[in-house]
Design a protein around this ligand. Structure first.
Ligand SMILES: [Zn+2]
Length: 185
């Protein structure tokens, strides 16, 4: 096995979207907040095994005390900016609603983040039917100040029940870790 992070430990912020009283998108027994936490924990394990330092915005089913989904995201942004050290990359994990796009998103006009999102897209493309790379305007990308390379990843659509399966979560996590490693190494 190649030691990827041997010269300097890379610091990565992992943000499982939603949580607590804000479940995200829900379809049947599939609940976004649970899937993205499970996938984020798989990503964390892989990154830590490669020597990275990983900071997670949540490791349990919790929200950030907002009264609406919007204010909760603002609280999440403040938590990152106030509590997490400056890092090399930030990845926010989500599942899209039915009809939504799958892929890596970057904040519009953010050059490093565009390259980062494109690198993740290339790593994920072999494992997904369609995995795009899109410009967006999301608070978690726009307003966080702790990393220059930031991407929000929609790992699938909520009516894909296999997103709950360990094998699929592992495949997704491995592809995302490949993308992070390719960008940072
Ligand atoms: Zn979401």
């Amino acid at each position: 096995m190649v030691v990827i992070y041997e010269s300097t430990r890379k610091k990565i912020i992992l943000d499982p979207g939603h949580g607590g009283k804000f479940p995200g998108t829900v379809e049947g027994g599939s609940i976004e907040k649970n899937i993205v936490l499970q996938v984020s924990q798989r990503i964390r394990t892989k990154l830590v095994n490669e020597g990275a330092l990983v900071y997670m915005t949540r490791t349990t089913d919790k929200d950030f005390g907002g009264t609406t989904a919007g204010t909760d995201i603002n609280n999440r942004v403040a938590y990152i900016n106030n509590n997490i050290p400056a890092s090399h990359a930030l990845v926010s994990i989500h599942v899209n609603a039915i009809g939504g796009r799958i892929g890596s998103f970057y904040q519009q006009n953010a050059t490093a983040s565009k390259t980062f999102a494109e690198t993740i897209q290339r790593a994920c493309t072999p494992w997904f039917d369609v995995f795009g790379c899109y410009s967006a305007d999301f608070a978690i990308l726009r307003d966080t100040t702790k990393a220059s390379a930031k991407s929000l990843i929609e790992i699938g659509v909520i009516d894909d029940y296999e997103l709950n399966a360990a094998w699929k979560q592992e495949r997704i996590a491995s592809a995302i870790v490949d993308g992070i490693r390719n960008y940072l190494s």
